[in-house]
Unconditional design. Structure first.
Length: 246
């Protein structure tokens, strides 16, 4: 039995979802293999998108590996950070040029805006965001990938041992220390009793690098250069991987 764990945006959803991809995924699973998505999105957003796309799956992993769920979105395993650090982190990023933080928790996702910015329905300020005991991820965004890369290094030093930044082009997904896509996949290996050599990972961006290094991997042709070099082989569509590996 093999397992394909693929990123969603820019990877599985490269050039949209069509009947050919659905058929290939169905063929892969009927052959006795497992298929699922491991995304920087929240597990809620990932599951919602897969439902819209009508994609068969055996698991859903969100928040860069922090939230491991079954195919229906029931949480099997998660890693969180205490909410005590959340306000401190948001204040820090607001002071350094970021306009908002998208907070992902086990059962809720919400946006906190920089002070003095217009607050839209469903958004909050530092003074009134929902109470939560912990969180899985905070996503922030800068104007360029270079600015994100630079600020990620600042976060590594400022919140060392507590939070870790995972760059995804212009985005930075800030997760509890110990979270990564590769660690999420190791949890899947434990759950499904799959041999490590039978794990295939697919990605296109910087936050995919750790899982591409750790397992058999492919990168998308549209991926950033360091990701393509890490995987060592590229494809234009996930159906190529299924045809190669089935």
């Amino acid at each position: 039995m093999k397992i394909i764990a693929t990123d969603y945006d820019g990877t599985l959803n490269m050039n949209g979802i069509n009947a050919g991809k659905r058929e290939a995924i169905s063929r892969w699973r009927k052959a006795g293999n497992l298929f699922g998505v491991i995304s920087g999105r929240s597990w809620q957003s990932t599951l919602e998108q897969l439902e819209k796309d009508n994609i068969e799956r055996d698991f859903v992993v969100g928040n860069n590996g922090a939230s491991v769920c079954d195919k229906d979105g029931r949480i099997i395993s998660e890693i969180t950070a205490s909410s005590m650090v959340l306000k401190e982190f948001l204040e820090f990023v607001f002071q350094n040029g970021c306009d908002f933080g998208r907070v992902h928790c086990s059962n809720i996702c919400f946006v906190v805006n920089v002070p003095n910015r217009e607050i839209k329905k469903g958004e909050y300020t530092l003074d009134d965001y929902p109470e939560t005991e912990d969180f899985n991820q905070v996503s922030i965004q800068f104007e360029t990938p270079e600015a994100s890369e630079e600020f990620a290094e600042i976060i590594k030093e400022r919140f060392k041992g507590v939070l870790y930044p995972l760059q995804n082009r212009r985005w930075i997904d800030v997760v509890p220390i110990g979270v990564s896509k590769s660690q999420g996949i190791y949890k899947l290996i434990e759950i499904f009793t799959v041999e490590k050599q039978n794990v295939i990972t697919v990605g296109d961006s910087e936050n995919d690098i750790d899982m591409l290094l750790e397992f058999n991997s492919y990168a998308m042709e549209n991926g950033v250069e360091i990701v393509k070099k890490t995987a060592g082989r590229t494809v234009e569509d996930i159906t190529e991987i299924i045809d190669n590996e089935i």
